[in-house]
Write a protein that binds this ligand. Structure first.
Ligand SMILES: CC(C)(COP(=O)(O)OP(=O)(O)OC[C@H]1O[C@@H](n2cnc3c(N)ncnc32)[C@H](O)[C@@H]1OP(=O)(O)O)[C@@H](O)C(=O)NCCC(=O)NCCSC(=O)CCS(=O)O
Length: 380
């Protein structure tokens, strides 16, 4: 088969090879137990840090792995194929570090990124609120100027890593009259008085990568403002362009694991004296799944190429996320179908894959929001 990632250089290939080994030896064996226990993936993230993956989205100057966007796409997919919970916590960390990279100055970058790249400090991205999901400009969390800084007050929800992160990029209204131009970003450290995590939500999938509700009633120093006042909304949108491509990568990785499992099962499962793979219905289904997956990879690779070139790629990122997340729903469901009753049991990873990918059509902008963004770009 064609090597879709032919553009990767030798160092990137070596990076991917060591990740594949790491994922097979250190992540896959624990993915089932993590899903069953619902324990947060602290141990996996600690181990992952040894591979350089915690800083794979960052340039070398800030301690990152300095790999191309195409290599990052592949790398995230490798981790996803082994453990959905781990990759989701990892990419939430990228949302936080990308916010500082894209929205902050060198002082903020130097303060947070090197430790985040080594995995010594974990990040979270706090944008969503109970009354502001699809439209973050509706947020109610406010940051009010005080004599010596900011008073931050409000509630965020569904924040991955929120209750365990060492630092959180928090978006808040600083000028209520200015709509999206009145939103600013702040970096809040974990032990800031007045930051109160609620309980981790009980979720359908990604059970080891928790999301939290967070309450803020904090007095913050002036220095925690990230970038210029009022620049927060645009920072969040730029970060989500990257994040949506990473969601596509996660979907590709999990769907790829499901397709591999379904292909192997078809070859070895004997029904009526012959392998399932001898039956045309199964062959056609496998072919459709492979085609769906391949299309998702090609769309994502186009977005990654634009990201790498530094061109705005919002539409391509939305296309990548939309297609990959819907594809992952179809492919994981098809893989369950091919496994029959076994696919429905928790002895096999198929039902976990299907549960883990379900949120990918919702978080970082639902499928409906991605369609709105694509249409807005087409019609502009
Ligand atoms: C759907 C939306 C994009 C709609 O937004 P708006 O219609 O309110 O905004 P626009 O008019 O399109 O843009 C306003 C302003 O921002 C600039 N902009 C917009 N997008 C970008 C971009 N990608 N890059 C740079 N700049 C951008 C645009 O040019 C305008 O600029 P001017 O003011 O004209 O100068 C948006 O509401 C949206 O994306 N909604 C979905 C929100 C979402 O994805 N939430 C997910 C939160 S995070 C999460 O789910 C998981 C986190 S975790 O795991 O913890």
């Amino acid at each position: 088969m064609t090597d879709l990632y032919h553009m990767l250089d030798e160092a990137e290939r070596a990076f991917i090879t060591q990740l594949e080994r790491f994922a097979a030896e250190e992540l896959s064996p624990h993915a089932h137990a993590t899903d069953e226990s619902g324990e947060f993936v602290h141990a996996q993230l600690r181990a992952l840090a040894q591979t350089g993956m915690m800083g794979a989205n960052l340039p070398e100057a800030w301690g990152g792995a300095d790999i191309s966007a195409q290599a990052l796409l592949r790398a995230v997919g490798v981790i996803a194929g082994a453990c959905g919970s781990t990759v989701s916590a990892l990419t939430a960390h990228y949302l936080a570090t990308d916010s500082i990279l894209l929205g902050g100055d060198d002082v903020a970058r130097a303060r947070y990124l090197p430790d985040a790249a080594t995995g010594d400090r974990l990040g979270a991205f706090a944008l969503t609120e109970p009354f502001a999901g699809s439209d973050p400009a509706d947020m109610r969390t406010k940051a009010t100027k005080t004599a010596d800084g900011w008073h931050l007050k409000g509630r965020k929800c569904f924040i991955s890593n929120g209750g365990v992160a060492d630092f959180l990029v928090v978006f808040a209204v600083t000028d209520p009259a200015a709509a999206h131009r009145g939103i600013s970003a702040f970096v809040v450290d974990k032990d800031t008085p007045g930051l109160q995590p609620g309980r981790a939500e009980k979720t359908m999938g990604l059970r080891g990568g928790h999301v939290w509700e967070l309450d803020f009633d904090c007095q913050l120093p002036e220095s925690v403002l990230l970038g210029a006042e009022g620049s927060g909304f645009k920072t969040a949108m730029k970060v989500l362009d990257n994040g949506r491509l990473e969601v596509a990568a996660m979907c590709i990785g999990i769907a790829s694991a499901a397709l591999t499992a379904a292909t192997e099962w078809s070859k070895t499962r004997i029904i009526g004296g012959e392998p399932l793979a001898a039956k045309q219905g199964i062959r056609w289904q496998l072919a459709d799944m492979a085609l769906d997956l391949r299309a998702a990879e090609l769309i994502a690779l186009e977005a990654a190429r634009l990201r790498q070139d530094g061109t705005r790629f919002s539409m391509q990122s939305s296309m990548a996320k939309l297609h990959a997340s819907e594809m992952a729903g179809r492919v994981t469901d098809g893989a369950i179908q091919i496994h029959g009753g076994y696919g429905f049991t928790r002895d096999f990873p198929l039902e976990r894959y299907a549960r883990d990918v379900r949120i990918m059509r919702i978080y970082e902008g639902s499928s409906e929001i991605q369609r709105n963004i694509i249409a807005a770009h087409l019609l502009a």
